[in-house]
Design a binder for this molecule. Structure first.
Ligand code: F6P
Ligand code: MN
Length: 510
C-alpha cells in the first residue's frame, strides 16, 4: 500500500547526496587536529596571566592556535583573517546576498537560499542612520566574527582536546578560580580572549575599555591589545583611539558553559555603553563610571545563541533583529527582522529546584500558576535549559516569563546585572516585552558605585585616600553585581510584579 510512497521516498533520499552540496568554500580550520593538540599540549594551554594579567593578548594566539605549518589559524585570529580585513575596509557589495561561493556548486546551493539581508549591510545602514552609534558598525561586525569563532569552538567540544580546566603553564597547576569562584576552563579563557579582541581590536577603536565575566576588573583596550598597561582610573592609560573611543563594552563570553558537556545550547551576551560626557579625572576617555551606569544608558545589546542554529540577536535601541548564521557561507543573515515578543505567553522558565528558597512573592506566583494551570489566561507550560541565552531566546520567540529570583542564600539571585540581566532587559523591552527585578525595571537599577572616589591620576602612589585593594574590591562589586531577574512578555512580567506588590517588601520598590 505504501510502496509507492516508500519507493519514491527512497529514491528521493538516495538522490540527496548529489543534490545537497556541501560548502566547498569553507575556510579550512585546524582546531580539529587532535594530533596537533596531543603533540603540543603543553603549548596549547591559554596563558591566563597573559590574558588577565595585563600584558596584552598577543601571546595567546601564539600559544593556542599555531597551525601545523606555524601560521596562526585565520579562523581563530579575527585580526589575522584577510577576509576580515577586507570586510572592514570595504562596504558590503549588495544589500542582501553575500558574495557567492566560488565553487561550481554555487548555483544549486544558491537556489535553496532565501534572499536575506546580511548583518554587515544591516549594520552599515543602521549605524549610518543613528548618530549615537555611528562608529560602532565595525565593532559589531568584529563581535559577530568572534561569535562565529566561538560557534566553531563549541561545536568541537566532543572531538577536540580543548576542554577541561585551564592550566597555568608557569606552575603547571590548575589556573586560579575566576571572579565568580568557578574553575576557569580553557574554553572560557579562549572565548573571553576572542571577545576582548573583537571589542578592542576593531579598526576604528570605538570601544576604549571592556569588562568581562571572566575578568575581575575592567581593562583598557590599550592594555588588552598590549599597547600599555594601566589600571582603572590610573590616568596612565594612553588613549589609542584618536578621539573616537567613546564606548565601553561589557560581556559574558560563554554563558551557561556547563551545558557544553551535554551538547546543550550555550551563548554569548554583550552590551555597549557610551562614556558619559565630561567624565572627570581620566585622560583615557573612560573611568569606572563609564561602566557603572544604569541599563537605560546602553546604546546596544545582543546575544548569540549556539544551538540547533546559531542566532545573533541585536538591538541598537530601535527594535530587535535576529541574524542566523548560514552554515554554508558562514555569514549572518537577517532571518528575524523586527522581532516582537507576544504580549502574553504560556511558558515559564525557572529553576524550580530552588523554589523552596524563593522569596514569598515568587513562591505565591508559581503556586497560583500551578493551581490554576494558567498564566496570563493561557494554559501554562514549563521549559528550562539552564543557559540564560537559550532560555531567554525561547521566551522571546514563544512568549512567557524567564526568572532567576532571589534565594535565601543569594538575596540578589545569580545573574549579573551588567553583562547578563541589563542587556537581556534591553532586548526584551525593545521587542515589546519587559525586564523586572520584581520591584522595578532592571534597566533602572544603578550598579553600586565605589564609596570613595579616586582623584585624577589616582593610583597607589597618587592617592592615599583609598588603597589599591580597597578600590579594586569596590569596583569589582559594581561590575559583577547580581540582580533578581524576570524577563518576558509584558503581561506575564506585570503579573509577577503584582505579586511583589501584594506579598513583597515595600522598601524594595524602585
Ligand atoms: O551565567 C549564569 C548561568 O549559567 C545562566 O546562564 C543560567 O541561566 C544559570 O546560570 C543557570 O543556573 P542554575 O544552574 O542555578 O539554574
Ligand atoms: Mn552567564
Amino acid at each position: 500500500m505504501s510502496s509507492g510512497w516508500h519507493s519514491s521516498a527512497v529514491n528521493a533520499f538516495s538522490s540527496r547526496p548529489t543534490s545537497i552540496i556541501l560548502p566547498s568554500s569553507q575556510p579550512s580550520i585546524n582546531i580539529g587536529s587532535n594530533d596537533f593538540y596531543r603533540q603540543s599540549r603543553s603549548q596549547c594551554c591559554i596563558r591566563r596571566h597573559d590574558i588577565v594579567g595585563g600584558s596584552g593578548v598577543s601571546s595567546w594566539a601564539l600559544h593556542s592556535f599555531i597551525n601545523n605549518n606555524g601560521s596562526i589559524d585565520p579562523m581563530i585570529d579575527p585580526l589575522a583573517s584577510p577576509s576580515r580585513q577586507q570586510k572592514l575596509s570595504q562596504p558590503s557589495p549588495s544589500p542582501s546576498q553575500p558574495s557567492q561561493p566560488s565553487s561550481s556548486s554555487s548555483s544549486s546551493t544558491a537556489m535553496k537560499k532565501k534572499d536575506l539581508r546580511t548583518l554587515q549591510r544591516f549594520l552599515e545602514v543602521e549605524c549610518w542612520k543613528l548618530p549615537t552609534i555611528r562608529s560602532l558598525d565595525r565593532t559589531l561586525l568584529a563581535v559577530s566574527d568572534a561569535c562565529k569563532q566561538i560557534n566553531r569552538i563549541v561545536q568541537r567540544a566532543q572531538t577536540d582536546d580543548l576542554y577541561g580546566a585551564a592550566i597555568d603553564p608557569t606552575t603547571g597547576q590548575l589556573a586560579e578560580l575566576n571572579v565568580q569562584g568557578e574553575c576557569q576552563q580553557q574554553l572560557d579563557v579562549l572565548c573571553n580572549t576572542l571577545m576582548l579582541r573583537a571589542f578592542c581590536g576593531a579598526a576604528n577603536n570605538a570601544v576604549c575599555a571592556v569588562a568581562s565575566e571572566e575578568e575581575p576588573l575592567p581593562r583598557s583596550c590599550a592594555d588588552v591589545m598590549g599597547f600599555n598597561v594601566g589600571g582603572i582610573g590610573s590616568g596612565s592609560v594612553i588613549n589609542v583611539d584618536g578621539g573616537e573611543g567613546k564606548y565601553v563594552a561589557v560581556f559574558d563570553p560563554i554563558d551557561g558553559s556547563k551545558n557544553i558537556d551535554a551538547s546543550l545550547p550555550v551563548g554569548t551576551i554583550f552590551g555597549i555603553y557610551r562614556c558619559p560626557e565630561g567624565i572627570d579625572g581620566d585622560d583615557a576617555g573612560w573611568n569606572i563610571q563609564s561602566f557603572l551606569q544604569r541599563g537605560t544608558k546602553l546604546v546596544a545589546a545582543g546575544y548569540c545563541l549556539y544551538s540547533a542554529t546559531t542566532v545573533l540577536v541585536l538591538t541598537l535601541g530601535s527594535g530587535v533583529h535576529g541574524f542566523t548564521l548560514d552554515p554554508d557561507r558562514q555569514t549572518f543573515l537577517q532571518t528575524h527582522p523586527n522581532m516582537r515578543i507576544p504580549d502574553v505567553g504560556s511558558l515559564y522558565s525557572f529553576n524550580e529546584a530552588n523554589s523552596r528558597d524563593y522569596s514569598e512573592p515568587v513562591k505565591e506566583f508559581l503556586k497560583t500558576m500551578k493551581e490554576t494551570g494558567k498564566m496570563g489566561g493561557k494554559k501554562v507550560s514549563s521549559r528550562y535549559i539552564g543557559a540564560l541565552v537559550a532560555d531567554v531566546h525561547n521566551i522571546l520567540i514563544n512568549g512567557g516569563i524567564y526568572g532567576y529570583p532571589a534565594t535565601r542564600d543569594n538575596p540578589n539571585g545569580k545573574l549579573r546585572l551588567l553583562y547578563e540581566s541589563a542587556p537581556m532587559a534591553m532586548i526584551m523591552e525593545q521587542a515589546g516585552g519587559a525586564g523586572s527585578t520584581g520591584y522595578g525595571r532592571i534597566l533602572d537599577v544603578l550598579p553600586p558605585q565605589p564609596k570613595k572616589k579616586r582623584s585624577s591620576g589616582g593610583s597607589a602612589s597618587g592617592d592615599s585616600s583609598i588603597s589599591d585593594e580597597e578600590w579594586n574590591e569596590e569596583v569589582g562589586k559594581g561590575i559583577h553585581v547580581r540582580v533578581p531577574t524576570f524577563l518576558g512578555s509584558v503581561e506575564n512580567v506585570f503579573e509577577l510584579d503584582q505579586f511583589h506588590k501584594y506579598y513583597g517588601d515595600d522598601d524594595k520598590l524602585l
